[in-house]
Design a binder for this molecule. Structure first.
Ligand code: MG
Length: 203
């Protein structure tokens, strides 16, 4: 499986990091070794002094496909969750300044935390989902998928031009505003439509 991530998919977040709002989706990937297994803690990596959370809607691919058109993309998933795209912001800034790839800042071990998956109900539209993140019991990010620059179906069309999507692949769909640092002994809890799906302790 692979983990495909979209950067800068919420205008307010692009602005908070002084990035331009993109005209095409910004894509990067994380390897399978980046998955943080549920209920395992994240051990603060020694190579960063600025580990940050990014809470995102995560879509699980349920069908293999290539060159998927936007209008058919909804047939390629039925389960979603919330995840954390952990980022070593200091390393990412260095890589960005040099125009280098982001993997060391974004794709390290346990950098992709994913909560329990829930099946989308018939009356739930993927572009009308509320999700949020609590840090030590206080809400630090709250987003609605309606505010995405590129919809999930549009992203699937774009991604699948370049990469075959396979069953079990995960798509991290970008973070809303409010990203910030974590510290050892912090507790992060992710919610989708008020339902807690994710918990990560930093150690
Ligand atoms: Mg992200």
């Amino acid at each position: 499986m692979k983990i495909i991530c979209i950067g800068r998919n919420y205008a307010a977040h692009a602005k908070e990091l002084s990035n331009e709002v993109p005209t095409d989706p910004v894509i990067f990937m994380k390897p399978k070794s980046a998955l943080l297994i549920q209920d395992k803690p994240l051990y603060y990596p020694e190579f960063t002094d600025d580990l940050q959370y990014e809470c995102e809607l995560v879509v699980k691919v349920s069908k293999n496909g290539k060159y998927i058109q936007e209008k058919f993309a909804h047939k390629y998933y039925h389960e979603v969750s919330v995840g954390l795209d952990f980022t070593a912001r200091d390393l990412q800034q260095k890589q960005k300044d040099k125009g280098l790839p982001w993997e060391i800042a974004k794709a390290f071990d346990a950098s992709a935390a994913v909560g329990a998956f829930v099946t989308l109900k018939d009356d739930q539209k993927i572009q009308e989902l509320n999700f949020s993140l609590d840090l030590n019991g206080k809400t630090v990010q709250a987003g609605n998928t309606a505010d995405m620059i590129f919809s999930v179906n549009k992203m699937i069309e774009y991604i699948s031009q370049y990469f075959t999507l396979n069953i079990g692949d995960l798509i991290f769909t970008g973070t809303p505003a409010g990203v910030g640092p974590v510290n050892v002994y912090d507790k992060l809890e992710g919610f989708l439509e008020g339902q807690k799906l994710l918990e990560v302790d930093i150690r």
